[in-house]
Design a protein around this ligand. Structure first.
Ligand code: FAD
Length: 505
């Protein structure tokens, strides 16, 4: 028996990071002789041009697409990222890390964090992240990729990439064209649906399609039209859940600048009076942005903050507006929204590209036939809702633990209502440092511990079973482990040198 209803044609609207990642994942999974994938990008609407910091799932995506890491790094001006250094978030002049990878190992069957907490509550001097391999490398501006066969104390450092978003879209475009994806440069000016409410045809302003046809039909449509949300929002009228009451920043001013002599293998996030500023190092330039809340800061003031803090600007500051939140449903009938058309949570933990990849991988898992039954779409929307909620809570955690009161923005955070789910997570943590266990959560337990510990939020007591372990022995092991990590990191190549070797390959 054959299912003659199999989807045979996809049209993707949008050629930003979301469009090309979606096309790449589809093309990797579907046979080009049976399934036609067409991507339409408008010559009139530029891509957003940001989205340059990632999390380790980006490296997984390259592996999944069978893209060689060194080639990708060379062609996208990429650098390595071991985590984020947060400055001025708790109080002015305070710093902490959110590293990738593990921090310490279980001892006597209990999380490392619990042993560290006992150390800390007994006036121990080590910070939680002093036991992160990634932090040791980052502090020394060093980086290397571990040989998986060889066990070293630095093995638990995971990494991600910083890259030039425009070059990434170009790289993926070439990748997709080789796999048979058809690219159309045209502006979609009308969207037609059939009697079931399924999208059937797009009208184009001009065309390089066969016979110069100005319309294109398909079985399934992927809306990667960015904040325009041309299909899911404008045509299908799926509402946008506004989460600005939880995450009030709504604008960013962005500009590029020259690099200093050392390229840091991490993103910097510096809290400012009305939001926070990023520094994302690439091989040839630094990406800078100030994410702010327009209730407290005008565009002119934001530009001034950026100009006062960044030397050697290479580009004119550009303002980008966004609304934190998510689409009520990102899959509706035969239309899937991916990227900014599906939602955006602000860039604090660099999760935008992860959500694109996750949406497409979930879609591949749940792909139906042309009928798109509600069971499949409902399950997809449930999975993506969980992703958005988990990430939202994790981001809000960074703000709501701040003790800053030096500006109206930070004073607002002292009384802002946080999501009920996060409130429960914090209440649980306050007792014995227990974490809400959600295996699907993108941010693993060590990430939550890193933010709690970094922001000085400790539970009232450590796990009572920790007292069964030999405290002096563990204290001694802490010292040894710290020095071992410090010395091992000192033997790793400088990040600049490592990139140079990669470029010469
Ligand atoms: P866009 O890049 O806006 O692309 C939209 C595409 O749709 C374009 O090709 C356009 O031509 C096309 N289009 C629009 N209308 C039409 C039409 N009518 N006809 C035909 N084509 C059309 N994510 C991260 O992972 N890390 C980060 O560090 C990060 N930083 C960010 C900082 C800021 C300030 C913002 C706002 C976002 C950030 N993101 C980040 C999110 C990331 O930028 C996006 O998820 C990613 O770029 C995907 O964008 P997109 O492809 O959905 O939209």
């Amino acid at each position: 028996m054959q299912n003659s209803n199999a989807i045979q044609s996809f049209v993707i609207v949008g050629g930003g990071t979301a469009g090309w990642i979606s096309a790449a994942i589809l093309a990797r999974n579907l046979p080009s002789q049976n399934v036609q994938i067409t991507l339409i990008e408008s010559p009139n609407v530029p891509t957003i041009g940001v989205g340059e910091a990632t999390i380790p799932s980006m490296v997984d995506l390259l592996r999944y697409l069978k893209i060689p890491l060194d080639d990708f790094i060379q062609k996208t001006n990429a650098t390595f990222k071991l985590g984020i250094e947060f400055t001025n978030w708790l109080t002015l002049d305070h710093k902490y890390w959110h590293p990738f990878g593990h921090v310490g190992n279980h001892i006597d069957g209990k999380p490392f964090y619990q042993h560290w907490l006992k150390h800390h509550l007994n006036d121990g001097s080590f910070q939680f992240c002093d036991f992160s391999p990634a932090v040791h490398l980052a502090r020394q501006n060093r980086f290397f990729i571990q040989n998986t066969q060889q066990k070293t104390p630095l093995n638990d450092a995971a990494f991600a990439l910083h890259f030039d978003a425009t070059l990434v879209a170009e790289y993926l475009k070439q990748y997709c064209l080789k796999l048979g994806v058809k690219r159309v440069e045209s502006h979609v000016c009308d969207v037609i649906s059939d009697e079931r409410g399924f999208i059937s045809t797009l009208h184009l302003t001009h065309s390089n399609l066969k016979g110069a046809s100005k319309q294109i039909s398909a079985d399934f449509f992927i809306d990667c039209s960015g904040q325009n949300a041309l299909l899911i929002g404008k045509k299908l009228r799926i509402a946008y859940q506004n989460w600005q009451h939880f995450l009030p920043v709504d604008k960013a001013v962005v500009a590029q600048s020259k690099l200093g002599p050392n390229i840091p293998p991490y993103t910097k996030s510096i809290a400012e009076k009305s939001g926070w500023r990023w520094q994302i190092p690439l091989q040839n330039r630094m990406g800078n942005g100030y994410v702010f809340c327009s209730d407290f800061c005008s565009d002119e003031q934001a530009i001034e903050v950026l100009q006062n803090n960044v030397d050697n600007l290479l580009s004119e500051p550009r303002i980008i507006k966004f609304t934190t939140g998510k689409r009520e449903k990102s899959w509706y009938k035969n239309c899937l929204a991916v990227g900014l058309s599906a939602g955006f949570l602000e860039p604090l933990e660099s999760t935008g590209i992860y959500l694109i990849m996750k949406a497409m991988l979930n879609f591949i898992e749940l792909m139906p036939d042309k009928t798109c039954p509600a069971h499949n779409t409902d399950e997809f929307n449930r999975l993506m809702d969980n992703e958005f909620i988990n990430i939202r809570d994790f981001i809000v955690l960074h703000y709501c633990l701040s003790k800053r009161t030096d500006s109206a923005f930070w004073q607002m955070w002292q009384t802002l209502t946080i999501p009920a789910e996060l409130k429960q997570k914090i209440q649980l943590f306050e007792n014995f440092g227990r974490l809400y266990h959600n295996p699907q959560d993108l941010f693993a337990q060590d990430s939550w511990y890193a933010i709690y510990a970094g922001m000085g939020k400790n539970p009232n007591q450590y796990d009572p079973f920790i007292d069964f372990s030999n405290f002096p022995v563990i204290e001694k092991a802490f010292k040894q482990s710290y020095h071992l990590l410090l010395q091992s990191a000192a033997h790793a190549p400088m990040h600049n040198e490592f990139l140079q070797v990669n470029a010469e390959k």
